[in-house]
Design a protein. Structure first.
Length: 216
């Protein structure tokens, strides 16, 4: 194919062309009149230009192939990461479920012993499990035992109160056990009003309280 218009090698615009454009146009000219020139420099230039154009095309193809491979690898890595995240979340849910040992005593009565620190995230999990159990099995007297709670501070007290109020909204009558005189004094000093809440010293007293109420 001959050049359209002015020959590329004679064009004043040739020096301003990008190398890629220059090689592309030069390699596409297979009927260049300068190729018949006896000048070895011209023939060498055309031959090298064709070689450079082919090499550039091969390089571009390789770059494209590597880019596609990189994108595929990125997608595979992202997919693997998502799977790992899902597995971790599933394990966290299983651990959370095991950390909520709801004990069924009688029909309509369960005990939730809380051991250790009652953080915000743990309180949320405990409340969700309790509400689900109360709604699913029609529990009317859930016993929340805080004997094993490591520390009673303002945050812990607020978590407990919100938990009890949420249970009341479902019609349950929760009992808070493990309330020793020291714990009661700590709750009062934190501004927690225990009036209207059923609080007992231990689970045994709570069960006796429930048994007497049933016998009446």
């Amino acid at each position: 194919m001959r050049c359209e218009g002015t020959c590329l090698l004679e064009s004043e615009a040739a020096p301003s062309l990008e190398l890629e454009q220059f090689l592309a146009r030069l390699s596409g000219c297979d009927g260049c009149p300068h190729a018949a020139d006896d000048s070895p420099i011209v023939r060498l230039l055309l031959a090298r230009a064709s070689e450079a154009a082919r090499a550039q095309q091969q390089l571009q193809a390789k770059v494209h192939e590597l880019e596609q491979s990189r994108q595929a690898s990125s997608q595979e890595i992202e997919s693997e990461l998502n799977q790992q995240v899902n597995r971790v979340r599933e394990q966290e849910r299983e651990i959370e479920a095991l950390s909520v040992p709801i004990i069924r005593i009688w029909e309509g009565t369960i005990v939730l012993p809380i051991i250790g620190a009652l953080t915000a995230s743990r309180a949320r999990v405990l409340t969700e499990r309790l509400l689900d159990e109360v709604a699913r099995t029609h529990v009317h007297t859930p016993i929340i035992d805080i004997t094993g709670v490591s520390d009673i501070d303002t945050a812990t007290a607020n978590h407990l109160i919100r938990m009890i109020e949420a249970l009341r909204l479902l019609g349950a009558q929760p009992i808070l056990t493990g309330v020793t005189p020291d714990v009661a004094q700590a709750l009062v000093s934190l501004g927690v009003d225990l009036v209207g809440y059923t609080t007992l010293r231990n689970v045994r007293q709570a069960l006796r309280h429930i048994a007497r109420a049933r016998a009446q």
